[in-house]
Design a protein around this ligand. Structure first.
Ligand SMILES: Cc1cc2nc3c(=O)[nH]c(=O)nc-3n(C[C@H](O)[C@H](O)[C@H](O)COP(=O)(O)OP(=O)(O)OC[C@H]3O[C@@H](n4cnc5c(N)ncnc54)[C@H](O)[C@@H]3O)c2cc1C
Length: 541
């Protein structure tokens, strides 16, 4: 449990114990002269399900551990709830654990766009310090970091067949999905240790919490930053169950609330677009027009197939006795399909031979859930063999926004994801779905396919695919960009992650990426926080 702080004054106050916050808390408190406070809105990550890789199917729908952000209505009238972790470890405690580091030229492009020092060399160095890779250390992998990386397994017939079908489509097999930037199909790399989840909290917070100079308070939500003119001096928080508390930062406040919550905290504090703030009844303290803008999230399509002639994973989970047996086997051996994250196979490839570089990712697992339990709202595993294949374009250009609608924590924000609002994204989606169908129709995988359950053959014409993608597509859970870094005076943070127009305030989390490094952004965010710690320590006076 969290200790009650003996003081309310610290050198550094970090808001949010997620991917970024856990790393920062660890690295800044390594120097015993720094007193560090880490504030987390959610509670502890002590459930057994926080250790079991596939446990996230339960935790991500549990309001005790996750918060959802409702979108505005889609064209067909439905509303989507996008989840984020609200627990120690943040979204890394409830995520799919795919360890996808992103594409080297993306990072170099970040520097070329005017963000000095943010390049692949620096990210690779951070990744190598963070990783303890099952395949061992090499020029492109780390071998002695705190985050174990394991390759999903054991090998499975449907997975092997899909990889072979990719090979016949010119996408070669690679043992390490992060080992190169070329087209490749692999068993997924997951941040797991011996079949248990390796969240940011487990990797970086557990050991650091023994340090006397690090204090962690959970069930405490930052309501607004305390400003003295334009200098941020502390954080005013609300405690779950009642009461408020204000913490003072002698040096800096580091906002690590994630791409959804960080812009909202800035706006509640009067840092944002004056029009948005005035409409929400918040006094403008520091105009910053791009806070909450540039929300980027990729939108793909989930395909599901009915298979035959192959076992897949459905047989291990399609009835209560089987499910219990699979669970028992996992408890005894920490192996089997429960021991790795959301997906078993990843492929990164060109949706079109004319593409200049790989632009699409596939996540595949031999599980199908073509129904939902009306009582629990949970997906039901099919009785017959089946598979899921998510086809996700990796570099969306559509931009959405996320803003406050009132001054308080309880005012529901307005999230406009604007999925597939550019023609480029729409055409990419069409290509991504067609390519997925092409791969699946290639032997040896093709011989197992009985039918496409979802979206189904009736979604065939370009316009049908686009309409389906907008209204029924899959958001990757990789939203970012809402406090994007850039050289322009209107960009929210500068290349030291300082919030422009303020002193004593930085944002360090997924919100500062302008674009997606390549889909999944947990590994990139952890590396970003590692680099941020170097910058903060270098600049410490
Ligand atoms: C369901 C799901 C599946 C995912 N799967 C993958 C995957 O397989 N691979 C991958 O690479 N990425 C995945 N991601 C994305 C990845 O987990 C995130 O990109 C990453 O965790 C972002 O880190 P962050 O530090 O920016 O934010 P988070 O990890 O979300 O941490 C933010 C923390 O701040 C806390 N917080 C927010 N506001 C406040 C406040 N006002 N006061 C106090 N605390 C606050 C939150 O409670 C949370 O703990 C997934 C995400 C989700 C939600």
């Amino acid at each position: 449990m969290a200790r009650t702080p003996q003081t309310s004054i610290f050198d550094y106050v970090i808001v949010g114990a997620g991917a970024a916050g856990c790393i920062l808390a660890n690295r800044l408190s390594e120097d015993r002269r720094n007193s560090v406070l880490l504030i987390e809105a959610g509670g502890p990550d002590t459930s057994l399900m926080h250790l079991v890789p596939k446990g996230f199917y339960f935790t991500l729908t549990n309001p005790k551990y996750a918060k959802t952000f409702a979108t505005v209505a889609f064209p067909d009238g439905h509303v989507e709830q996008l989840p984020r972790g609200r627990v120690i470890g943040g979204s890394t405690t409830i995520n799919g654990m795919v360890w996808n580091r992103g594409w080297a030229p993306y990072y170099d492009g970040w520097e070329a766009a005017g963000n000095a020092g943010w390049n692949w060399k620096r990210f690779l160095d951070a990744f190598r310090k963070i990783e303890r890779h099952q395949l061992g250390a090499s020029e492109v992998r780390g071998g002695s970091g705190a985050v174990d990386i394991e390759i999903a397994g054991p090998r499975e017939e449907a997975c092997d067949a899909l990889i072979a079908s990719f090979e016949r489509n010119g996408v070669g097999y690679a043992e390490d999905m992060n080992g190169s930037g070329v087209e490749r199909a692999s068993y997924v790399a997951s941040n797991t240790r011996k079949g248990t989840r390796m969240s940011a909290s487990r990797a970086y917070l557990r050991s650091a919490r023994r340090r006397k100079n690090l204090t962690v308070v959970s069930h405490t939500e930052a309501e607004r930053l305390v400003l003295d003119g334009t200098r941020v001096t502390g954080v005013h928080c609300r405690r779950t169950g009642g009461g408020t508390v204000t913490y003072t930062a002698r040096r800096e406040v580091l906002v690590c609330g994630g791409a959804f919550d960080s812009p909202l905290l800035l706006e509640r504090s009067g840092i944002g677009n004056p029009e948005v703030l005035e409409k929400a009844g918040v006094l403008v303290r520091v105009p910053s027009p791009r806070v909450g803008q540039n929300f980027k999230e990729h939108r793909g399509i989930l395909l599901q197939f009915r298979l035959s002639g192959v076992k897949g994973y459905n047989a291990e989970a399609s009835s209560t006795p089987r499910y219990l047996w699979t669970g028992l086997k996992y408890l005894l051996s920490r192996s089997g399909m429960i021991a790795h994250g959301g997906y078993a196979v990843s492929a990164i490839y060109k949706s079109d031979p004319a593409s200049e570089h790989p632009d699409t990712q596939c996540f595949f697992t031999p599980i199908s859930t073509s129904a939902v339990n009306p009582m629990s709202g949970r997906m039901v595993v099919d009785k017959h063999p089946g598979a899921k294949y998510v086809a996700l374009p990796m570099y969306p250009t559509s931009q959405g926004s996320l803003h406050i609608t009132g001054p308080g924590l309880d005012d529901v924000p307005r999230l406009e994801p604007n999925f597939l609002s550019t023609e480029e994204d729409r055409q990419m989606l069409v290509k991504a779905l067609r390519k997925a169908r092409e791969v699946v129709a290639t032997e040896p995988f093709a011989k197992y396919v009985v039918e496409e359950l979802q979206p189904g053959p009736q979604v065939a014409e370009d316009e049908e695919i686009i309409e389906y993608g907008i209204n029924h597509g899959n958001a990757g859970a990789h939203g970012l960009g809402t406090c994007a870094m850039g050289p322009d005076p209107e960009d929210v943070v500068d290349s030291s992650l300082r919030v422009r127009g303020t002193e004593g305030l930085r944002v360090v989390d997924a919100s500062v990426f302008r674009d997606q490094p390549s889909g999944n952004n947990n590994a990139p965010t952890m590396a970003l926080a590692w680099i941020a710690a170097d910058i903060i320590l270098e600049q410490q006076v």
